[in-house]
Design a protein around this ligand. Structure first.
Ligand code: AMP
Length: 314
């Protein structure tokens, strides 16, 4: 048998590649001292001459203190000889994107409620510590073998201050971007994460991404405004000060499409919550805590217990 590669001075032993991410390969490894399996994600500095991003490391160290049932555990962080940062995570079995794409897995209304509940709990925990995720999408919602949902890739976008152009290969992320960011708002608020979560909720109900713009911010805005109507002084009084509007970009006025015409199979309590999350004006959007207090979570069906969630078709 071929010898396994040792990593970080023999602390970890490589098992196999798990997948390719935007920042580099993710590998399954064994923590030699404990025998625990972990996922190692190596993040190279944007430019070699910039060296290690120490701000990122400080923030990552902070995240290590952040223990929550629905946030992926950062087990360790170390730097490699070639100035890359290696993040060591607990190992997930699958993610929500894979579940959504696997047509042989059915997602019931009770499953949807469980997914949204755990996602909102994770986001509420982040927001109560003034941490914004900024990149919520189904592939960042990981699941452990026991069905526990774990929010991942959390804070990375912020830590690395990724310019928009460098994120462009991530066209899919665009579909979860709130209108204030698309209009050029330079400051994010927690409402941005709530919009993305609303998009994920809608996707669970529709079983396809809800707002599928075509690669550009303008196309994404068009897609959003076709559904929610164009912004005006009533539905979003402050929109005019955002950069794209001050530069003179305008849209022909159009009305919103009622949600019950789009989500024909969804119960009314689900749509009531969805309407409170997907609001053009970020100031009028529910907070994660307000979402968690919505009657939707008390009504039948009860959320599927995590151990009863179907994660794969085999
Ligand atoms: P990412 O860089 O987060 O996009 O990750 C790239 C791929 O690596 C993902 O699509 C997953 O298949 C895999 N991956 C990332 N993190 C984990 C983890 N904690 N456990 C298992 N697989 C992971």
């Amino acid at each position: 048998m071929a010898e396994r590669k040792l990593i970080h001075g023999g602390h970890y032993e490589e098992i196999k590649a798990l997948g390719q991410g935007t920042w580099g390969v993710v590998i399954l490894a064994k923590q030699v001292q404990t025998g625990r399996e972990v996922a190692l994600k190596t993040i190279k500095s944007a430019r070699a001459e910039e060296g290690i991003n120490f701000t990122a490391i400080r923030e990552i160290k902070l995240l290590r203190e952040f223990k929550h049932e629905n946030i992926i555990e950062l087990v360790d962080v170390f730097t490699t000889a070639d100035m890359a940062v290696c993040l060591v995570y607990e190992v997930a079995e699958t993610d929500l994107e894979k579940i959504l794409k696997n047509r042989s897995i059915s997602i019931s209304l009770a499953d949807t409620k469980q997914h949204l509940l755990t996602l909102l709990r994770a986001i509420s925990a982040c927001h109560s510590r003034w941490i914004l995720h900024r990149d919520l999408k189904p592939d960042n919602c990981l699941f452990l073998k026991d069905g526990t949902m774990k929010l991942a890739d959390f804070g990375l976008a912020r830590m690395y201050g990724t310019p928009k152009t460098r994120l462009s290969p991530q066209a899919i992320t665009l579909w979860y971007k709130p209108p204030e960011l698309l209009l050029g708002a330079s400051e994010y608020s927690s409402a941005a994460d709530v919009w993305s979560t609303g998009c994920i909720f809608a996707e669970l109900l529709l079983r396809r991404p809800f707002l599928q713009g075509n690669q550009t911010d303008i196309s994404q805005l068009d897609t959003i405004f076709q559904v929610f109507g164009t912004p005006n002084d009533t539905n979003w009084p402050d929109h005019g000060v955002l950069p794209l509007c001050t530069r003179g970009l305008t849209w022909d006025s159009s009305p919103p499409i009622p949600f019950d015409e789009i989500f024909t199979a969804a119960p009314s309590d689900a749509l009531s919550l969805l309407r409170s999350m997907l609001v053009l004006d970020p100031n009028k959007r529910f907070t994660a805590d307000q979402c968690l207090s919505h009657p939707y979570f008390l009504n039948e069906p009860r959320p599927t217990p995590k151990e009863k969630l179907v994660l794969s078709s085999d």
